[in-house]
Structures are given as structure tokens and as C-alpha cells.
Design a protein around this ligand. Structure first.
Ligand code: KIV
Length: 270
């Protein structure tokens, strides 16, 4: 494929995503600003404005202190940069502790940004909250398996679906979210057998991250996949570019040229 050819030609809708299950794998990446959203526009089916921005963009240790204001600000920027992918705003920790609060905050997300859906972490215990949103015309992307917003209460990031009992629990969660009206589910950090079993058990698409290849789609955090986030690299991240190396080498080049008064040369001078 030539570099000029866009993969996605028209606006991706919730119907587009539903119809892709079992037909064509769905691609999703995160984005936090208009600059990168513009680069991703037309190349992926979905963009998630993930609360992972609290770590990679803000430099915090986990996602828990992200706020609704932050998520709205970054989603507005992403919507300004990308017009084709389906854009999802990640509801931050504490913004959906009851159906009322979830509805108030998700309504804000719809009114103050052009996001087409919101994402909520949690399984069957969150089904009532998901239903409160979907019955009020707010599309929801579920998120089960390893859930970063549970990192402190769970005492770390734990891979799920290691035995039959846990796989059954995850399937129950996925079915409850499907019944509550979620249009798709992110499945994070599970053994590939679990990812496959969940995908086969429900009629809505599953989007995996560290869940193996037999999912309806895949998602990666952009700063991980392009090698800009250096503090740690989960096993499931394939690094498509060594972004940090590229930046550092070229910044050094710039520094050297400035110190030697080689930049700006005549070409870059009025
Ligand atoms: O916040 C995020 O980027 C996410 C992805 C890891 C799915 O939730």
C-alpha cells in the first residue's frame, strides 16, 4: 500500500464497528491531541482518548487521578484532528460510581465533545451503570480483564483468565455488558484462550490488548507502540518505531548545530 493511500475512506460509525465482527479485524489506537489524531486519521477504525494519558502525557504513576475536565479537553483536541475514526472518550476513575453520576458525566462528554462513545471499566457489577447510559442514547465501550483503574485495589496489574473458573467469570462479565447495551468490549491482559472464549461467547466485537490474536480487533497505546514511553514496556506491546531514539538523536544533532553556529544557515534565514 502506498503511503498516500488511506486505509479508511469514510466516517466510521457504531454500525460500521458492529458489522465488522467476524468479517474484518478492527484497529484502534489511543490519541491525546490533534497533532497525532491528524496523523492517525484514515489509518485506524477507532481512536480511544484513553485515561492512559495521565501516565504518558502527565507523567503520573497510574491513571487514577485523571479528571473529567482533562478527558474532555483532550477529546476536544482529538476530535479537532481526526474526522474519520470512531472516537471514544475514556471515563476517568470516580466519574461513574453511580448510574446518576455516570449519566451526568457521560452527558457532559457528549455535549462538550464530538466523541461517539464513552468507555467504562468493569464487568457485571457495572452492568446497571452501562444500561443507564445506553438507555439514554449514550454508546458504551466496555472494558474487562486487567483494568488499570483497579490497580491500587487489586494490588497491581494482574493477568486474567489463567484457569477455567476465571474464564467463566470473564464470559459472564462480557455477557452482562452485552445485555446492558455495550456496542463492543475492550478485553485487556488475559490469556489468549480467555480472549478467544469471550469473543466466541458474545455477538458484539471484542477489542484486545494483550489478549491474543483471536479477537475481533486490537488496540495499542500510541506512545507505547511508537516507542516514546520509556518507563516500562508491557510484554504485549510491539514497538513499531523507536520514537525515543529518533527524537534524542535528532535533538542532539540540532543542539550540535546550534552550538557550532551551523544552524540557521542561509537556507533558513530571511
Ligand atoms: O486508557 C487507555 O489507554 C486504555 C487502553 C489501554 C485500552 O484503556
Amino acid at each position: 500500500m502506498s503511503i498516500q493511500t488511506k486505509r479508511v475512506a469514510k466516517k466510521v460509525t457504531l454500525t460500521t464497528i458492529s458489522k465488522m465482527k467476524g468479517v474484518e479485524p478492527i484497529t484502534m489506537v489511543t490519541a491525546y491531541d490533534a497533532l497525532f489524531a491528524r496523523l492517525f486519521d484514515g489509518e485506524v477504525d477507532m481512536i480511544l482518548v484513553g485515561d492512559s494519558l495521565n501516565m504518558s502525557f502527565l507523567g503520573k504513576d497510574d491513571t487514577l487521578s485523571a479528571t473529567m475536565e482533562q478527558m474532555i479537553y483532550h477529546t476536544q483536541a482529538v476530535c479537532n484532528g481526526a474526522s474519520l475514526p470512531l472516537i471514544v472518550l475514556d471515563m476517568p476513575f470516580g466519574s461513574y460510581t453511580s448510574a446518576e453520576l455516570a449519566l451526568k458525566n457521560a452527558t457532559r462528554a457528549y455535549q462538550e465533545t464530538n466523541a461517539q462513545a464513552v468507555k467504562i471499566e468493569g464487568g457485571k457489577e457495572r452492568a446497571d451503570i452501562v444500561k443507564a447510559l445506553t438507555t439514554n442514547s449514550i454508546a458504551v465501550l466496555g472494558h474487562i480483564g486487567l483494568m488499570p483503574q483497579f490497580v491500587r485495589s487489586d494490588g497491581g496489574y494482574r493477568v486474567r483468565g489463567r484457569d477455567r473458573e476465571d474464564i467463566e467469570k470473564l464470559i459472564e462479565d462480557a455477557k452482562a455488558l452485552e445485555k446492558a447495551g455495550a456496542f463492543a468490549i475492550v478485553v485487556e491482559g488475559v490469556k489468549p484462550e480467555a480472549g478467544k472464549a469471550i469473543t466466541e461467547a458474545i455477538n458484539i466485537p471484542t477489542i484486545g490488548i494483550g489478549a491474543g490474536v483471536e479477537m475481533d480487533g486490537q488496540v495499542l497505546v500510541w506512545s507505547d507502540m511508537f516507542g516514546f514511553f520509556e518507563p516500562f514496556k508491557p510484554k504485549f506491546v510491539k514497538q513499531y518505531l523507536d520514537g525515543a531514539k529518533l527524537i534524542k538523536e535528532n535533538l542532539k544533532k540540532y543542539g550540535d548545530e546550534v552550538k557550532k553556529r551551523e544552524f540557521p544557515s542561509d537556507k533558513y534565514t530571511y
